[in-house]
Write a protein that binds this ligand. Sequence first.
Ligand SMILES: Nc1ncnc2c1ncn2[C@@H]1O[C@H](COP(=O)(O)OP(=O)(O)OP(=O)(O)O)[C@@H](O)[C@H]1O
Ligand SMILES: O=C(O)c1ccc[n+]([C@@H]2O[C@H](COP(=O)([O-])O)[C@@H](O)[C@H]2O)c1
Length: 210
Amino acid sequence: MAKDRAGAAQRIGIMGGTFDPIHHGHLVAASEVADRFELDEVVFVPTGQSYQKQGQSAAEDRYLMTVIATASNPRFSVSRVDISRPGPTYTRDTLTDLREVYGKDVEMFFITGADALSAILTWKDHDDLFAMAHFVGVTRPGFVLSDQHLPAHAVSLIEVPAMAISSTSCRERVAGGRPVWYLVPDGVVQYIEKRGLYRADAPANGAGYR
Ligand SMILES: Nc1ncnc2c1ncn2[C@@H]1O[C@H](COP(=O)(O)OP(=O)(O)OP(=O)(O)O)[C@@H](O)[C@H]1O
Ligand SMILES: O=C(O)c1ccc[n+]([C@@H]2O[C@H](COP(=O)([O-])O)[C@@H](O)[C@H]2O)c1
């Protein structure tokens, strides 16, 4: 299909996540959605505080790993909107802040894995979200991708290459002294090692950034 969108509104993908650490499942999902929806840019947005998760590494470590992982792709960028905002991270605020940054004319596509999509009715002000952006749900091994609980036409569902990788399994591997090579980008492997993240014997996960 020809991808000549000259004169059309800019299309921005938003890939929100805790990214603790960012892995190839996130990157493949973003790349696939960018291709399918002809996105001009995908903005990765590390959370400030993922209030539905137990503990997480310092935001600055998660932000820097996201920058390292996306640096080689000219269409990928990273936003600090969520880590700059105090308190728990709500997608309602993420979309409001990015609308401010990118302007009223851009089309925004919020990318979620099947697990996140299935939990969306637990998100703050979820009724408002579907008017703020188009949601794109992507397949993820081990989870059922469905929009049956969501308003009609609110979400597009797409299949992406299966990447059976989670941040949890990456953290567990590092803690157990096993490799994460090829599960996360090389620079992220090196960053994890340099900062001593996820190690079972680490006194404070990523000390130096709080
Ligand atoms: N392997 C994957 N395939 C497709 N989507 C994914 C994959 N991993 C994560 N995602 C999606 O990326 C977004 C951010 O995910 P997150 O940073 O929480 O990673 P995670 O691997 O689910 O982390 P954790 O294991 O710590 O819960 C969510 O929408 C999630 O559904
Ligand atoms: O808005 C909410 O209440 C909400 C609750 C849970 C998760 N989210 C968003 O969903 C995205 C993925 O989150 P997570 O926890 O799976 O890393 C990220 O952008 C979060 O800010 C949003």
